[in-house]
Design a protein around this ligand. Structure first.
Ligand SMILES: *Cc1c(COP(=O)(O)O)cnc(C)c1O
Length: 835
């Protein structure tokens, strides 16, 4: 046979490879081959890492064929596709989730035990993919899982940071950050796709040239280019054969960048240019809900937007040539906050400068494909880029931003003739001594959809921050209440409860969480409540082991496990929680112990390294914990622990073991919250304010199964002008005593004055978080909690009803709404390969 024929035979054989076995035996065989032949280890190898890696490779084979078939299905359907653009994807570990979603969880467990190992031990070898800060990044991860489960053609685009979210250690009560070099031992899940490398430009300037038909074209010249190399990560749907893609870009230096210096004998200098290029994806910015304002951050943002859009446009051109008439029909870009909103001017640039479209056509397409999700009302989180930085880094892009703004302001002027104040207010460019590009305004002007992430948050957006835009374009604004994936956050992380749920409602709840409603009648069944409590006790034991190991604090299993884990931020009010703990301690010291409910309080979360007060709050929590836990008066009654390095894999142990979920932000400040949903699914009760998605949680579960307290968002704003914390403290004996304990240095005997900045904010009439205002109401709610916990039958009933009412908070519901209102995609099943 000649080479051509052989090649044809080879290609044909690729399209009908025999399926990879899904039985225990095949898994065991593959595992042994990978371990011995691919990884080259033998029985003398002491490191469990290679066993973990052999298992990953075995599962990846099973993902791979489904991954291709999914792509064949999408390509054959030639239907719409959405792209989720996010600077953050907080994926956590992939192994357990992959096994579950492949329907191989039991087989994997068996195969591993056949080989004399425990699955749990192998799982522990996987580093969390911590490519995100908190809620926003974790939401992106949950969304990908739901898109795959709903078989929607959605691709995630992000950055492959070499260093993810920093590792947090606590040294002498203080946060110490360490680098998270999560790729050190490689990442067996990812697939490098060199063939789809893109080139991203920075700096340089624009030159206008006429083409052969006399049309003026912008050329971005003398730029410093960086290569974007894609690494694909498989995203399996739940037992449906679909595997979607998360494409993460790594920055690489171009080959030619260093020629001049190299030839001049300046080898080290040329290598330093390489480092500059590759710095773009070196490290995740660790700021949650606050902007960093650093040039490197803008580089990251543009790098993601440009590489991703070029990738999509190249695929389009490969298929349709220069015909963009259907592009807007077939493509959607969902912007996860303003971080990727350079996508608006970048798509304009690609369509005009590279594809030769006129402004109006390019704008029609761009503004019909972009959709923006807002994640916060906090003014300090609103991104603004100084015009001079933007001009130097992205000169061509800024010209386009100016043109978008000029045309937009002309529209404003037509609508409100002569209202120059309104034009100034709405301008994408904030004027002043230091002009700034307002990225949120750019995103709104360039998008056909703007959504908030919980019903209260979306309402506040239209009434406040974005009211001018709402008046102009009411049809753009909508709400999409967040959700979390029930695969990771219940089925995988809580096998005990999952099994119990399945005995009642059958197994289908994992892909249709509304079925959990079927649990509600069981709340009145004493036997079922007994089983429910047994499972909770097991999960509390696991959590207590984690706390013992990582904090050295012993939690008593009979006590209520009262948990607040989330990023440390003043608006989330870990301080309010702490004031209550100190109040309980004060009660113990005064002998007020009658009818005491034992309580173990767990707090965890990272503070942005530059956020002074947040870090000081961590120190205060640890100092208070040290004093309380060492005082015999608290024995068997009260414990406080700070869990270091809170992350996704820790939450998988925490949520199942919690009795009480603390969601106590100042009303109007938490956009949604998703931690609240994970706890609810796992049967914790919530103590919370009317903020974010708490409002909807309360709606679902009813006031009798929720511990509500605090001012409403409207009351918070109404109180601002005459807020008087000094008077509140003076009038409240308990709060006064707590403040005195703090102010006399009871918790910082040898660290004089270190908590003064915290105490000053509590006492300040300008305290934006109004901690003192909610203290009394919070303590009373906690008293109701303590009472309720003593009636274990009733508590269990409420716990069951919480899980039963959590169906709405599946990210499957959220994604179905994004698709119904924004993306309008058809679900597409995978197709056995013929492409
Ligand atoms: C869910 C989650 C969050 C978000 O928690 P909130 O309480 O909504 O702020 C943050 N970090 C991790 C690791 C999570 O799993």
């Amino acid at each position: 046979m000649d080479v051509k024929t052989l090649r044809k035979t080879f290609e044909a054989s690729l399209t009908d490879l025999p399926p990879v076995g899904m039985d225990v035996y095949s898994l065991v065989e593959d595992f042994r081959r990978y371990y011995s032949h691919t990884l080259g280890r033998d029985r003398h190898c002491q490191s469990a890492h290679y066993a973990y890696e052999a298992l990953v490779l075995s599962l990846r084979d099973r993902l791979m064929e489904r991954w291709k078939n999914t792509r064949y299905g999408y390509e054959a359907a030639d239907a719409g596709h959405a792209y989720y653009l996010s600077l953050e994807f907080l994926m956590g570990r992939a192994l357990g989730n992959a096994a579950l979603n492949l329907g191989l969880d039991e087989e994997t467990e068996l195969a591993v035990s056949c080989l004399g190992m425990e699955l749990e031990d192998l799982v522990e070898n996987e580093q969390d993919a911590g490519l995100g800060n908190g809620g926003l990044g974790r939401l992106a991860a949950c969304f990908l899982d739901s898109c795959a489960t709903l078989q929607l053609p959605v691709t995630g685009y992000g950055l492959r940071y070499e260093y993810g979210m920093f590792r947090q250690e606590i040294v002498a009560g203080e946060q110490v950050e360490g680098p998270d070099h999560w790729l050190r031992e490689g990442n067996a899940w990812e697939l490098e796709r060199h063939e789809y490398t893109q080139r991203v430009r920075f700096e340089g300037h624009t030159e206008w040239r006429r083409n052969n038909v006399g049309r003026k074209h912008a050329h971005w010249v003398d730029s410093h280019d960086v290569l974007a190399v894609p690494y694909d990560v498989p995203v399996p749907g739940y037992q449906n054969g679909t595997v979607n893609t998360l494409r993460l870009w790594k920055a690489c230096a171009t080959d030619e960048f260093d020629l001049g210096e190299f030839n001049a004998g300046l080898y080290p200098e040329s290598v330093s240019a390489k480092n500059t290029a590759e710095q773009i994806t070196l490290v995740l910015y660790p700021n949650d809900a606050s902007e960093s304002g650093k040039e490197l951050r803008l580089r990251q943002q543009y790098f993601l937007a440009s590489a991703s859009l070029q990738d999509v446009v190249a695929r389009w051109v490969g298929k349709h040539g220069g015909d963009f008439s259907d592009f807007a029909d077939k493509n959607r870009f969902q912007l996860n906050d303003t971080h990727p909103s350079c996508a608006v001017p970048e798509l304009m640039r690609l369509l005009m400068d590279e594809q030769g479209l006129e402004w109006d056509d390019a704008w029609r397409i761009t503004s019909a494909t972009m959709a923006y999700t807002n994640h916060t009302l906090l003014p300090e989180a609103l991104e603004r880029w100084p015009v001079p930085i933007f001009a130097r880094l992205l000169p061509r892009l800024l010209e386009i931003v100016f043109e978008i703004n000029a045309r937009f302001l002309a529209e404003v002027a037509r609508r409100w003739p002569g209202d120059t104040e309104r034009q100034r207010r709405l301008s994408i460019i904030e004027e002043g001594p230091q002009p700034q590009v307002r990225m949120a305004y750019l995103a709104i002007v360039g998008s056909f959809s703007v959504n908030g992430v919980a019903s209260l948050h979306s309402r506040l957006l239209t009434e406040g921050l974005f009211n001018d835009f709402f008046v102009l374009w009411p049809h753009k604004f909508n709400n999409k209440t967040n959700g979390v994936t029930p695969r990771r956050w219940l089925a995988w992380c809580n096998p005990g409860l999952s099994g119990l749920i399945t005995t009642i409602v059958g197994p289908d709840w994992v892909a249709d969480l509304s079925l959990l409603a079927g649990l509600a009648p069981q709340a009145s069944d004493a036997d079922f409540r007994g089983h429910w409590r047994e499972v909770k006790l097991q999960n509390k034991r696991r959590l207590a082991q984690l706390v013992k190991a990582d904090c050295g604090v012993v939690f008593n299993l009979e006590a209520i496990f009262d948990v607040q884990v989330k990023r440390i931020h003043e608006y989330k009010r870990q301080l309010l929680n702490l004031l209550h703990v100190i109040h309980l301690y004060d009660r113990l010291k005064r002998g007020d112990t009658e009818n005491w409910t034992p309580r173990c309080v767990l707090i965890g979360g990272k503070a942005a390294p530059g956020y002074f007060l947040a870090k000081r709050i961590i120190k205060l929590i640890n100092n208070v914990a040290a004093v309380i836990n060492a005082d015999p008066v608290t024995d068997g009654r009260l414990r406080l622990a700070f869990l270091p390095n809170y992350r996704v894999s820790a939450m998988e142990i925490i949520a199942p073991g919690a009795d009480l979920s603390e969601q106590i932000s100042t009303a109007g400040k938490e956009a949604s919250g998703t931690g609240n949903m994970k706890f609810m699914m796992n049967g914790a009760l919530t103590i919370g304010t009317l903020d974010g998605a708490n409002v909807e949680i309360l709606e679902e579960v009813g006031e009798e199964n929720f511990f509500l307290f605090g001012l409403t968002a409207d009351k918070v704003e109404g109180l601002r002008s005459h807020y008087d914390p000094a008077a509140i403290i003076a009038a409240d004996t308990d709060l006064n005593r707590v403040m005195q304990l703090l102010e006399c240095g009871y918790f910082n005997q040898f660290e004089f004055g270190i908590f003064d900045p915290i105490l000053q904010t509590i006492r300040s009439p300008n305290d934006p978080w109004m901690t003192a205002a909610d203290f009394r109401s919070y303590v009373e709610a906690q008293q109701r909690v303590a009472e309720a916990y003593k009636d274990e039958e009733h508590w269990t009933k409420m716990s069951i009803l919480n899980t039963a009412a959590s169906g709405r908070f599946s990210s499957d519901r959220t994604i179905a709404e994004y698709n119904r209102d924004i993306w309008k995609l058809e679900p597409i099943p995978p197709q056995n390969g013929t492409l």
